[in-house]
Design a protein around this ligand. Sequence first.
Ligand SMILES: Cc1cc2nc3c(=O)[nH]c(=O)nc-3n(C[C@H](O)[C@H](O)[C@H](O)COP(=O)(O)OP(=O)(O)OC[C@H]3O[C@@H](n4cnc5c(N)ncnc54)[C@H](O)[C@@H]3O)c2cc1C
Length: 386
Amino acid sequence: MLSENQDILEIVSQFCDTLRPLEDIFYLERKYNDQLIPLAKEFNILGLPVKSEYDGLGLSNVQYAQVIEKISAEGSGIRTFFSGHSSLGQKTIQRYGTEDQKQKYLIPSTKGDVIFAFALTEPEAGSEPLSMTTNYVNKGDHYLLNGVKHLITNAGIADVIITFAKGPDNWVSAFLIDTHCEGIEREDLTTKMGMPTTNTSMFELSNYKVPKENLLGNKTQGWEIAKYSLLNGRLSVSAGCVGTIADCLNESIGFAKGRFQHGKEIAKHQLIQEHLSFMKTNLESSRLMTLRAAELIDQFELDGSEESFQRADAAVSEAKFLASNLAWDAADRSVQIFGGRGWSFLYRPGRHLVDTRVCRIYEGTDEIMKLKIASSLLGRGFEAYS
Ligand SMILES: Cc1cc2nc3c(=O)[nH]c(=O)nc-3n(C[C@H](O)[C@H](O)[C@H](O)COP(=O)(O)OP(=O)(O)OC[C@H]3O[C@@H](n4cnc5c(N)ncnc54)[C@H](O)[C@@H]3O)c2cc1C
C-alpha cells in the first residue's frame, strides 16, 4: 500500500522540509503563513484527491490519509488548510459538481488558482447544523442568500466557499459562493488558542446573489452533501492526528536521548520509556483505525450504497474520536518529556498541544462522535438526538 504511494510521499516530505523553517518563523510571530500556498503550488500538491481527468493527483482515500499524516507533522494548522481545500472542498465538488462547475473551479483549484472553504457552522448552529438560519430565496435567474457563518477554515483566503442555506420549503441546499462578488463581508478570527499560521474566519452574506448555475447538486441534496463532506473532513482530522502523534514521538525520542539528568540520558529512565511506549502503541492503533476508515470510504465511493456509507461513517467517527484524543495525549506526554522547554512554543510539542486540541471539537465534537458510534451500534430508534 505504502510503496504505491512512495513518489508522492517523497514529494510531500520535501515540501515539509522546505516549509518547516518558514512555518517556525510565522508560528512564533503568530501570523498567517502566506508562503504555504505558493510553496504547495511549487510542489504541485494542491490537487491530492482530485482525479487525473481534472488535473489532480488522483489519490485514493487510503493514499490521501498517508499523505495527510505526513503533512500534519508540520502542525495541525497546516493540515487544516489542506482539509478545508481538498477534503471538504475538492472532494465535495468532485462528487456533486456539474461538469461546468468542475471545469470552472475544480481544475484551477489543483493549481492553487482557486482555494476552497466549506461553511456549515453558524454562531447558533454548531453540533446541530440543521438549525441553521442562513437562508435563500429563488429569484428566477439567481438565488438570494442572507446569513452568517463562523469558525470557517480558509474562509478569509478562499476564492470559493461551499455554503449551506435553507430555502423557504426548509430544504438545505449547497451553493458555490464566489468571494470576489458583492454581498459578502469576511472577518478573520485572530484570538485563537492554536493554529496561528492558518486562516479561520467568519463571513456574512447580505442579499448575496448566487447565479443559478452555482447551486451544488440539486436543491434537496444539501444535507446529503454535508454528510459526505464530513466523512472526508473527519478522515483528514483523523489522519492528521496520526501525524501529530508521530511527530510528538519523534521529537520526544530525539530529546530524551540527548537530555542528561541524574547522570544518564532521560531516555534511560523507565518512567520516560513508559511515555514513549504509550505513544508508540497509540500511534499504531490510530493509524490502523484511520486506514480502515479510509478503505471503507474508498468502498463507499465505489459502490455508493447506503450500507457502505453507514459503515464508513461509523468507522471514521471511531477513528477520529480515537486519534484526536490520542494526539492530545501524545502532545501532553511530549511536553512532559521536554520539561520546562516543553512549555515554550520554541519547541514543537507545546505547539502540537495547543494546535491539536481543536481536533476534538471540529468536524464533530467528541460528544457527537460518541453519540454517532453508539447509534451505529444501537440502531436509529436509540439515537440520542434527531
Ligand atoms: C479552528 C476551527 C475551525 C473550524 N472550521 C470549520 C469549517 O471549516 N467549516 C465549518 O462548517 N465549521 C468549522 N468549525 C466549526 C466546528 O465544526 C464547530 O465548532 C463544532 O461542530 C462544534 O460546534 P459549536 O462550536 O457550535 O459547539 P456546540 O455545538 O455549541 O457544542 C458545545 C458543547 O456541547 C456539546 N453538545 C452539543 N450537542 C450535544 C448533544 N446532543 N449531546 C451531548 N453534548 C452535546 C458539544 O459536544 C460541546 O461540548 C471550525 C471550528 C474551529 C474551532
